[in-house]
Design a protein around this ligand. Sequence first.
Ligand code: NAI
Ligand code: MG
Length: 395
Amino acid sequence: MTKRTIVTMPGDGIGKTVLKEAIRVLDAVGFKAEYIHADIGWEFWCKEGNPLPQRTLDLLEKHKISLFGAITSKPKSEAAKELDPRLEGKGYVYYSPIVGLRQHFKLDICQRPCKTFKGNPLNFIRKGKGDTIEEPEVDVVVFRQNTEGLYGGVEWTDPPDQVYNALMTHPKFEKNFGWSPKEELAVSTRIFTKKYSERICRAAFEYAKKFCYKRVTLCEKPNVIRETSGMLLAICREMEKEYEGIWFDYTNIDAQMMWLTKNPETYGIIIAGNMFGDIVSDGFAGLVGGLGFACSANIGEEVAIFEPTHGSAPKYENLEPSIVNPIAMILSACMMLDYIGEVEKAKQIRNAITKVLEDGEVRAYDMLKLRGSQEVLQQGAASTTEMTNAIIAEL
Ligand code: NAI
Ligand code: MG
């Protein structure tokens, strides 16, 4: 087997901790790779005025595949205060490097699987008929459009004249907003392109076909947001014809958030635009263990980056030994293995995680529903390393 080259971007805080653990698991499963470190995050903002240095972009451009931990972001004013004084006044403005990465490499397809692991004490339960308690098995993969829509960054407060005048040509704008002074208007746009709308829908249907999901659901609001949600719906309706045996339907995001606790086991693949995808994937993730379990992939035409959904959890970054749950990062590494065709190894790791969870002996503090602090280790929680060791022992 040839050796793979993987760019590792630990980033900040617990990103550094969990990425190391994921690599130990990849080694243990026999995945042969060369890992090349790349700089990203707060440290590089403070030292260089750029949290996403060009050398990191070059490494990603060259090697295409990356594991990413997490970064710390702070509001612009705080960011400015922490910048190296020698760089002050030189026009450096902080931006989120992960959003930067998604835009730079057009990582337009965001996959967020939300699957129940048997034995996870954080699994969602509900009351059934009579006094029964049911633990529905959730197996959902959210396909979120990652680069457009409300997070596309095309927005203004007090829009320039050309924009304002163009908006005024729309009868609804004139009627509903024309009364407001221009300086008091804030406008954030929701722009979808056909190309990237088709790509997210295609990726979702193909995934359903490959992994035998019976249902694909578009989760948007086409009855109200007619142009953008409507475009996704039209594309799905057309595409659905090519996939025999897959049931396509659509839900509205608001109703979906209610239904997901009522009957989450009935959903399979979910397609959504950027913001609704962000919301609905957190909703489903909450049913299967939350941030300690939520993994994701950002996939573009050339580059793919795999990361846990959680951030750098600064309150835990200096705890020694660390107490955070490494599973979200390890599951993100499994997504990478799937992506590069090492499906069997990914399966082995997921099976090992299942065994550890079913066994129930080794549990990180979040699984024990403890408040995070160093004391959790005396209260029966496993440290980050112990959690990983248990998974490796099962392998
Ligand atoms: P966070 O995800 O870092 O932490 C929220 C809470 O979730 C933590 O206090 C902890 O209780 C829990 N948590 C997170 N990861 C966990 C794990 N692996 N195991 C157990 N518990 C875990 O989000 P927060 O506090 O909103 O943001 C902290 C920093 O992270 C900020 O600077 C934020 O901008 C950044 N961030 C970065 C992201 C990324 O790199 N993709 C995503 C989200 C936030
Ligand atoms: Mg989010």
